[in-house]
Design a protein around this ligand. Structure first.
Ligand SMILES: [Cu+2]
Length: 360
């Protein structure tokens, strides 16, 4: 089974293989939805997930499952280029520097080092005028290459500044919040591990704060334009898997047919853009999805979990193929992203503390 490692521990050769596979998706692997390359499909589908009504992936229960399948899909696409690659995670509560220090992802052999005086990515494999043009944009966005603030407030959203990343105490606090989600199944639901992990309430504003700290290309609905999106969400997925391990008796909610719960977020609902057999339920066991994390106390043994799901693509090595994407374009102007204020924001607790985290 596929082992996902902490990016801080990758060898130079592992970093290079991962970067090269990403560049291949951006340059030579064809799109499945009529764009110029396969990588851009991920950017567009993330935009579509926010434009749909109800949204597929944010401010609602399927935040965990939808991103889990999206990340596995990317990992399988990367592995079709280079079978040795797996998705690394960035533990932003530990590797908090924006400089080229030990363990930082911001180095020129990986995500790229940032110059002091600009938010433009000018070096590393994803630099401007090289192999990483920005093709998918929100209306009004004119950027052609990646930008990042990395905690420098002069380059951040003035309404949601995040000079620091979430702390280990913030993470530990969130892992204790139960149940998985709660009515109204939306932004601000409490108590809800999903809402706390997404960062809409509680100290640290976890997932949201990381988008706000990186800022630049990570702020709009096109945030997967920056490959750090996937390392960030891989860590978010790892924290969900850890929560599932610590609270193994707690089910995913909402169950099938829960009154008032949004379509696409109940246990047996299909998830877009895969549709059909790819349901919320098919994402719940990450070992069955086909990977484990190097941080798990007891990695799965050689006998593989075969899930009780009748999904083509599930086999003895987990989920090893996914359906081609079917693009469903939402009617213009609808969707959470356009109607409900900023894409990412600090929690009320952190806002009250002036953008600083407020403990555990
Ligand atoms: Cu995100």
């Amino acid at each position: 089974m596929n082992k996902r490692k902490n990016q801080a521990t990758l060898s130079a050769a592992e970093k290079q293989a991962f970067v090269n596979a990403l560049l291949a998706l951006k340059t030579t692997v064809p799109s499945q939805i009529g764009l110029t390359n396969r990588y851009d499909d991920y950017v567009q589908i993330h935009v579509d997930s926010m434009m749909a009504t109800p949204g597929w992936a944010h401010r609602a229960p399927a935040f965990g499952p939808w991103h889990r399948i999206l990340l596995r899909n990317l990992e399988l696409d990367l592995q079709a280029v280079d079978p040795s690659v797996s998705l690394p995670y960035w533990d932003w509560s530990v590797d908090t520097s924006n400089g080229t220090v030990q363990g930082s992802p911001w180095t020129d052999d990986f995500m790229g080092a940032m110059p002091a005086n600009t938010d433009s990515v000018t070096s590393g494999p994803f630099r401007a005028n090289h192999l990483w043009p920005i093709n998918v944009r929100e209306p009004g966005d004119t950027s052609t290459s990646l930008t990042r603030a990395l905690g420098r407030t002069q380059f951040q959203d003035p309404n949601a500044q995040a000079p620091t990343l979430p702390t280990p105490a913030n993470v530990q606090g969130a892992l204790q919040e139960t149940p998985y989600d709660a009515p109204q199944w939306n932004k601000g639901a409490q108590p809800s591990f999903r809402d706390r992990l997404e960062g809409w309430h509680g100290p640290g504003s976890l997932h949201n704060r990381v988008h706000l700290w990186v800022a630049g290309s990570m702020l709009p609905s096109t945030s997967p334009n920056d490959p750090i999106f996937f390392l960030h969400h891989c860590n978010v997925d790892r924290l969900w898997a850890e929560w599932q391990r610590q609270h193994s008796a707690l089910p995913y909610v909402p169950a099938a047919n829960t009154a008032g719960a949004p379509v696409g977020h109940r246990l047996t609902d299909p998830m877009q853009p895969w549709g059909g057999a790819v349901t919320v339920q098919s994402a719940l066991d990450h070992h069955a999805v086909g990977y484990y994390y190097d941080s798990e106390p007891a990695p799965p043994g050689p006998g593989i979990v075969v899930p009780l799901l009748n999904l083509p693509g599930f086999g003895p090595h987990g989920l090893t193929s996914l359906p081609r994407w079917q693009r469903i374009v939402a009617p213009h102007g609808h969707g959470h992203g356009m109607e409900m204020g900023p894409m990412f924001d600090l929690s009320p607790e952190d806002k009250q503390a002036g953008g600083h985290d407020t403990g555990s």
